[in-house]
Design a binder for this molecule. Structure first.
Ligand SMILES: Cc1ncc(COP(=O)(O)O)c(C=O)c1O
Length: 364
């Protein structure tokens, strides 16, 4: 049995801050002022309502979410959003929805949207094997589109948009694997959604930040759970919300505010961790061949191949001995994937970089 915590490079569910895990442990039997566990109390109790409100207020402060937008806590993961977005915004729209497909998740999102209405894919990176992103000037966005959907960070391929886009129709972004890695200008977005289990908490809760005027597009014939308007009207209590996930997300947001110092500070730390990792790849370009074009490299998921599967397996075995866990790449891309989310300590990246240097020298 492993007694020591490993450096967990899993793509998700993923590493959480140790201080958050300690608080969960300390409060598990008896939430302060509650006499019961977070797992046992009613979502309508004043204690839980306060927890949910605190989590929401922390997200509002961290992301500077304007009053034009509502914050929802839902279930069903990001995959349900692939359907809820078109169900709410595309049904009944005269114009199609547009999609930018930069990797596996964008492709899945398009597949679900097509079940709901007309979709135009205005960029598809399959010809470059999803290794690079389009520039805003390379795509034509229709002002009357129901919305434009993109994936801010393709978790499997490891490519990431580093800047906010401004488009003439509602912009819908799947931020599942980079939510709160940097500040976002929420005013530019119609919907930002993210499952929590990569950068913001445990599996089970999905955040949806939605511009309030878009709530009017939720049709009355939608099944109740699938209507954004219902969730907004009931402040995410239309049904029992994912109470534990919301509590943990609140602790992660507290860590971001109080221990890290906000999203600008988090962004600087993420840039530094990614710089170290990509510099190691660039020092040994014949040993570590990156999947992403350098300008589109993700700060969250670094993906690279070694010259052979034998070397990859040897690398993974050495990594394991050093306590570096879950570095095997996604089965569709292969190679190595190092997920270095917000909560991955700098020391974890430094240890990985030391291994990359020593392994490259040994096998040169
Ligand atoms: C970018 C992105 N979108 C969507 C998903 C799907 O999330 P879920 O499994 O919560 O439905 C993932 C998860 O791996 C992801 O990385």
């Amino acid at each position: 049995m492993t007694e020591k915590r490993l450096f967990n490079f899993s793509a998700g569910p993923a590493v959480l801050p140790v201080s958050v895990l300690e608080t969960i442990r300390d409060q598990m039997l008896c939430l302060p002022g509650c006499g019961a566990s977070i797992l046992e109390i009613s979502h309508r109790s004043k204690q839980f309502i306060a927890i949910q409100e605190q989590t929401k207020q922390r997200l509002i402060r961290l992301l500077k979410i304007p009053q034009t937008h509502e914050v929802l806590f839902l279930q069903g993961g990001a995959r349900l959003q692939f359907s809820m977005v078109p169900m709410n915004l595309l049904r009944g729209s005269a114009a199609p929805a547009q999609y930018i497909v930069t990797g596996s998740w964008g492709k899945y999102a398009v597949g679900e949207a097509k079940k709901e209405g007309p979709v135009e894919v205005i960029y598809d990176g399959s010809s470059n094997n999803y290794s690079q992103l389009p520039k805003p000037s390379e795509v034509t966005v229709r002002p009357d589109a129901a919305y434009l959907h993109l994936t801010s960070n393709e978790t499997i391929q490891g490519i990431q948009f580093q800047e906010d886009w401004q488009v003439p129709c509602p912009l819908v972004v799947d931020c599942s694997s980079d939510f709160m890695y940097r500040p976002l200008d929420i005013s530019k977005y119609g919907i930002v959604y993210a499952c929590a289990q990569k950068n913001a908490g445990p599996a089970g809760v999905t955040v949806v930040i939605i511009r309030k005027d878009l709530l009017e597009r939720s049709g009355d014939s939608l099944p109740g759970y699938l209507s954004y308007r219902n969730h907004a009207q009931e402040d995410s209590m239309w049904n029992t919300p994912p109470t534990f996930g919301i509590y943990v997300m609140g602790l992660v947001a507290q860590w971001l505010e109080e221990s890290i110092g906000g999203l600008e500070a988090m962004h600087r730390i993420n840039q530094e961790k990614a710089r170290l990792l990509y510099a190691a790849m660039d020092r040994h370009p014949t040993m570590y061949m990156g999947h992403a074009k350098p300008q589109d490299r993700s700060l969250m998921n670094a993906t690279y191949k070694l010259p052979s599967e034998t070397l990859e397996n040897a690398f993974l075995a050495e990594a394991k001995n050093l306590g570096l866990d879950s570095l095997k790449g996604h089965r569709s891309v292969g190679g190595i994937r190092a997920s270095i989310y917000n909560a991955m300590p700098l020391e974890g990246v430094q240890t990985l970089v030391q291994l990359m240097d020593s392994f490259a020298s040994k096998h040169a």
